[in-house]
Write a protein that binds this ligand. Structure first.
Ligand code: ADP
Length: 478
């Protein structure tokens, strides 16, 4: 059942309880007050003047009653139909005597010795009523009626009912205000949340719940819901971005693989069509096919490595001397490119990592510094410790890069000059692999460069746990 209906049912139930309690209370009060009047009347009626010998006419009871100040007395014959003698302590237009029904009086008349049975009768005129007690004479031929007006009782009851009504109205108004307040604070925000949830289910992930602060339960729920929605949206966007990245990666990889494949296919078709008759042409075609096949193999190797790194598998870590890997890289580069001035400044640094992968990082950076710079441009390789991290830097005096290129160099398949890059045998994955390996080792790869001033590629890695420099150096005393 919705909360709104439950509140309404509660409201109606409270109102019903109030009505029943008020009725019961006023009933109890009325019988209490009438009981008192009855006791007074019974007391008066049991006096000897009424219950005793005849001969004394009706009149005010001797020795005024303490409580009965307005009374009525009538005497009638049992067998006659009316009341012959009547007397009243008062008699005016405003306070008419009771309308006496002879039959009814006789029905209620107490036998001798029996307790009287008081009854209520209406006044002759107007809306007031009388309480009466009828007593039979000892001989049983006469009946005396003693009565008093119920005006005071009715007035008291009227006042009590008024107070009860006012109290019930106040309780209901308070209940109404509280219900409205609860609806406003509790139900309306919940309904709003339900609408927002529907909108989100419909695809609008940016929707958020309006909540009235954190002071109420619904407010806290709204806040929690909003932070959960924020997380979900974030995760959803991240998944979308990752899916888009995977799709682009697959498309780029297919495109990269298609180029050498098309080339190989072209040579085989040329050979089938008889276009490679001479030994010289055939061997040139074979050389080109081999070159393309090697390029494809390198590309597939790189793709496999990236795919493995994407899986976040645990690394095969050992203590690796980064400076020694860099020295090997420099040696290899000098062997391949003896003319190139390559400077090395290597400080012993140990990192925990996969040696093969770190070797590839060094090789990729030094190869780039050679391949993407003019022959003769100097290259500087350095390894050291900076801010309690191992740092490998490969700098060159090449052409450098503009800011837009610099922002993308670590992207997969990015080449500043695609035709030149491909011609040089690059896959466009070298720096993406550097970044992926570095991140897998808990490090960071970045570059700074200025057009015409060369580039510097930096790899920042955590020091091996055993390296004393993992903790910041103690502040030097001066
Ligand atoms: P590849 O070298 O196979 O093209 P990389 O990911 O290693 O792929 O490099 C991406 C691109 O970044 C290169 O194509 C080149 O345009 C640019 N680049 C990389 N290293 C340098 C460098 N040292 N100097 C200038 N440009 C560079």
């Amino acid at each position: 059942m919705p909360l709104r209906r439950r509140l309404l049912v509660g409201f109606v139930a409270v109102a019903a309880v109030l009505v029943v309690t008020n009725l019961a209370l006023s009933g109890t009060f009325r019988s209490f007050l009438i009981d008192r009047v009855d006791r007074q009347l019974t007391e008066v009626a049991s006096r000897p003047v009424f219950a005793g010998e005849r001969g004394r006419g009706p009149g005010p009871p001797p020795g005024e009653s303490q409580t009965l100040t307005e009374y009525f007395i009538a005497v009638g014959d049992r067998n006659a139909t009316g009341f012959s003698r009547r007397s009243s302590a008062f008699a005016d237009e405003d306070r008419p005597p009771p309308r006496l029904d002879h039959g009814e009086v006789l029905r209620h008349a107490a036998r001798r010795g029996a307790p009287p049975r008081p009854f209520t009768a209406p006044a002759e005129r107007g809306g007031s009523s009388w309480r009466l007690v009828a007593v039979s004479s000892p001989r049983g031929d006469q009946v005396t009626v003693v009565g008093t007006r119920l005006d005071e009782v009715d007035a008291t009851l009227g006042r009590i009912r008024l107070v009860q009504l006012a109290a019930a109205a106040a309780v209901l108004v308070a209940l109404g205000v509280v219900s409205w307040w609860m609806l406003r604070l509790g139900v309306h925000p919940l309904e709003d949340m339900a609408r927002t949830a529907d909108a989100i289910a419909g695809g609008d992930l940016s929707r958020r719940v309006d909540h009235p602060g954190e002071k109420t339960e619904t407010g806290r729920l709204g806040k929690a819901l909003n932070s959960m929605l924020g997380r979900i949206e974030e995760a959803f966007r991240a998944r979308e971005a990752s899916e888009a990245r995977v799709r682009r990666f697959a498309a780029d990889a297919s495109h990269e693989l298609r180029t050498p494949l098309t080339s190989i296919q072209g040579y085989t078709e040329l050979w089938r069509a008889g276009g490679l008759q001479s030994e010289e042409k055939l061997s040139e075609a074979m050389r080109r096919m081999e070159q393309e096949a090697r390029r494809m193999a390198a590309l597939v190797e790189d793709l496999l490595l990236l795919a493995r790194l994407d899986q976040n598998r645990p690394l095969d870590r050992t203590g690796v001397r980064l400076d020694e890997l860099a020295a090997d890289g420099v040696r290899d580069a000098r062997a391949v490119d003896p003319e190139r001035p390559i400077e090395a400044s290597l400080e012993p640094v140990v990192v925990d990592g996969d040696e093969m992968q770190l070797r590839q990082v060094v090789a990729n950076l030094i190869t780039n510094a050679r391949v993407h710079t003019p022959a003769g441009a100097a290259v500087r390789v350095s390894v050291g410790v900076k801010e309690v991290r191992a740092r490998l830097e490969v700098a060159d005096d090449g052409p450098g890069m503009d800011a837009a290129t610099l922002a993308k160099v670590f992207d997969r398949f990015f080449r500043a000059d695609p035709s030149r890059g491909r011609a040089a045998g690059g896959t466009g994955l070298g720096l993406a692999i550097v970044a992926a390996i570095t991140e897998a080792h808990g490090g960071r790869a970045f570059a700074h460069s200025l057009l015409g001033r060369g580039s510097t590629f930096v790899v920042d890695l955590p020091l091996a746990a055993g390296d004393g420099r993992t903790r910041p150096p103690a502040p030097q005393r001066t």
